[in-house]
Design a protein around this ligand. Structure first.
Ligand code: SF4
Length: 281
C-alpha cells in the first residue's frame, strides 16, 4: 500500500531530484545496507530477503510513484520535436539566478540556430555584444565564426551555437568552475535535444568543461572525442566532438587560422561536406 508523503518532504524530494537531473544524474537506487545491518544478527538469509522485498514494495513505490513520477524526466523528454524541446528547456531555465553570473547580465544568451543541426559549436560564454543582443557570437569573434562556418560551405542558420555559460562573466573573465557546473546541465539538455552528429568546442574552456579534461590546446586538437550527455536518448549514438581555437583567440593570433582550418576540415570530412577551395579568412 502506498504511503502519502508529507507535502514538505515531497517538495524537497522533487527539488532534489530535479537538481540531480539538471546535473545529468537520472538513475536512483535505494540503499539497503542499513536494513541488512539492523537485522542480520537475528534473521536468516531467506527471512532477510523477504524483509527486503517487503520494504522495497512498501517504500520504493512511494518515491517512484509519488515524488519521482512528477519529475522523472526533464520536460523536453516528452516531445520528439527538437525545436519544442529547446523551447521547454528555455522555459525551464526561466529568469535564471542559479549562479552569480546573473548579477551582471543584461540577458540570458540561450543559444541560436537550427534545432536539427548536424553540427554544433560550443563556446565559453557571452561577451558584451552577445549580452546586449541576446545571441551567441555576434561581435567580432562572431563575425569570424560566421566566416569559418561559411568556409565550410555552411550557413550560420544551418548549425547550432551555444556557450558553456549563458550569462556574461563580468569584465569578460573566464567563467568560474561553479558557474560552469551550474549552467552546463542546461547545455547538456540542449545537446541531447538537438542530437548533433558532430560538435566543435571553441577554445580550451569549452573543451575542458565538455570533456572534463584539462590539457593544452596542442594536445586537445587534432582528434575526435565521443560525446554523449548523460540522460540523452538511448537510440542516439552520441556525437563526435572536435576541439579548435576560439575565434577571439584567432583574432589575436591570426597565424593560427591555418590550424583552425585543419580542425574544420576534419569535421567536414566526417560530415561528408565537400571541401571548398577557400580557407578561413
Ligand atoms: S550563467 Fe547559467 S546558471 Fe548562471 S545565472 Fe546564467 S543561466 Fe543561470
Amino acid at each position: 500500500m502506498l504511503r502519502t508523503l508529507d507535502p514538505e518532504l515531497r517538495r524537497a524530494l522533487v527539488e532534489r531530484v530535479r537538481y540531480c537531473h539538471e546535473m545529468g544524474i537520472y538513475d536512483f537506487y535505494r540503499r539497503e545496507s542499513a536494513a541488512l545491518d539492523e537485522t542480520s544478527s537475528s534473521t536468516s538469509q531467506s527471512e532477510l530477503r523477504e524483509e527486503m522485498a517487503a520494504r522495497k514494495s512498501a517504500v520504493a513505490p512511494v518515491i517512484a510513484e509519488d515524488a519521482l513520477a512528477s519529475v522523472n524526466s526533464n520536460p523536453e523528454r516528452s516531445v520528439s520535436d527538437p525545436a519544442a524541446a529547446l523551447k521547454l528547456i528555455r522555459e525551464d531555465l526561466g529568469d535564471c539566478t542559479r549562479c552569480k553570473l546573473h548579477q551582471g547580465r543584461k540577458q540570458i544568451v540561450f543559444g541560436v540556430g537550427n534545432p536539427r543541426a548536424e553540427l554544433m559549436f560550443v563556446g565559453e560564454g557571452p561577451g558584451a555584444d552577445e549580452d546586449a543582443q541576446g545571441e551567441p557570437f555576434v561581435g567580432r569573434a562572431g563575425q569570424l565564426l560566421n566566416n569559418m562556418i561559411k568556409a565550410m560551405g555552411l550557413r550560420r542558420e544551418d548549425v547550432y551555437i551555444a556557450n558553456i555559460v549563458k550569462c556574461r562573466p563580468p569584465g569578460n573573465r573566464q567563467p568560474e568552475r561553479d558557474e560552469c557546473e551550474t549552467c552546463s546541465p542546461f547545455l547538456m539538455r540542449q545537446i541531447a535535444a538537438i542530437t548533433p552528429k558532430a560538435m566543435v568546442a571553441l577554445g580550451a574552456t569549452a573543451a575542458k568543461n565538455l570533456l572534463a579534461i584539462s590539457a593544452p590546446m596542442s594536445e586537445l586538437r587534432g582528434r575526435w572525442y565521443d560525446f554523449k550527455p548523460a540522460g540523452s536518448d538511448a537510440s542516439w549514438p552520441g556525437s563526435r566532438l572536435a576541439v579548435t581555437y576560439h575565434p577571439a583567440f584567432l583574432l589575436r593570433d591570426p597565424r593560427q587560422k591555418g590550424e583552425a582550418w585543419k580542425d574544420l576540415q576534419m569535421v567536414m570530412k566526417y560530415l561528408g561536406i565537400e571541401p571548398p577551395k577557400k580557407a578561413v579568412d
